[in-house]
Design a protein around this ligand. Structure first.
Ligand code: SAM
Length: 232
């Protein structure tokens, strides 16, 4: 599919938080049932909280940096829990800073004092690590997933937040999941909001032990894959 990633607008979702929509295709960056709710549920609750053993720092890889919402929530969490995180996020089509700054996540989280930090997630340079605090380092990689090759066994947790397989099927293949599986340490986790059978089977073919879990508001299910063939 030849998508136009340059025409984008902000939309308010059901929990009051913003998301971005690709105006030509009407594809949203988050669930319209609540962007912050979805990110907290899929990535923090079902991903971060399920990590049995946390290395220091915990290495997280996000596929699709977008608005920076997941990175922002993880930053806030690393501050409040004093848990050290090295967060790598890849993005092929970065947002204009004007649109990104307008996202109301700091306000929705009742933390207006974090707006500057949120903006810095966007202004910091691509392809170089940026130390935000004692507990949070961000490395944004401006690249396509197809061109990105993470080191084997280097990640603890993957937030797979690509556009839906109906829109970008090339990002949901066995080959992609194999690369991501190989990048995880034993016991590592990949979480995604998607619950499609084809995606579950592609993850399984790559080696993941996959669980179907309750989804965020407005969505029945989501998927979580473990490396190592065990669940806990
Ligand atoms: C569903 S949105 C999620 C964005 C983000 N996680 C957020 O919370 O805003 C998917 C993101 O993947 C990016 N993307 C699309 N194709 C990509 C590719 N081939 N490689 C890397 N990123 C891609 C899009 O530009 C978009 O930012």
């Amino acid at each position: 599919m030849c998508a136009d990633f340059s025409k984008r607008a902000l939309v308010v979702t059901a929990d009051g938080s913003h998301t971005v929509v690709l105006t030509d295709s009407e594809v949203h960056y988050h669930s319209v049932h609540g962007a912050v709710q979805e990110s907290k549920h899929v990535f923090l609750r079902m991903g971060w909280e399920a990590l049995a053993k946390r290395s220091s720092p915990v290495h997280i890889l996000e596929i699709g940096f977008g608005t920076g919402l997941n990175a922002f929530l993880q930053y806030e969490l690393s501050q409040t829990t004093q848990t050290s995180v090295f967060y790598t996020a890849i993005e092929a089509y970065p947002l204009d800073s004007e649109l990104a700054y307008a996202c109301n996540y700091a306000q929705v989280l009742n933390a207006p004092e974090l707006q500057k930090d949120f903006e810095q997630l966007h202004t910091c340079a691509w392809d170089a690590p940026h130390v935000f605090s004692d507990t949070f380092t961000l490395l944004k990689r401006h690249t396509h997933l197809a061109d990105y090759m993470p080191a084997q066994g280097s990640m603890d947790l993957i937030y797979f937040d690509a556009f839906a397989p109906t829109f970008q099927p090339e990002l949901w293949t066995v080959e992609v999941f194999q690369k991501l599986y190989d990048s995880l340490r034993a016991g590592g986790i990949l979480v995604t909001y998607c619950a499609k059978g084809d995606v579950r089977r592609a993850m399984q073919a790559a080696g993941f032990a996959v669980e179907r879990l309750a989804g965020p508001p407005g969505k029945r299910e989501m998927l979580r894959g473990f490396k190592g063939g065990f669940c806990w």
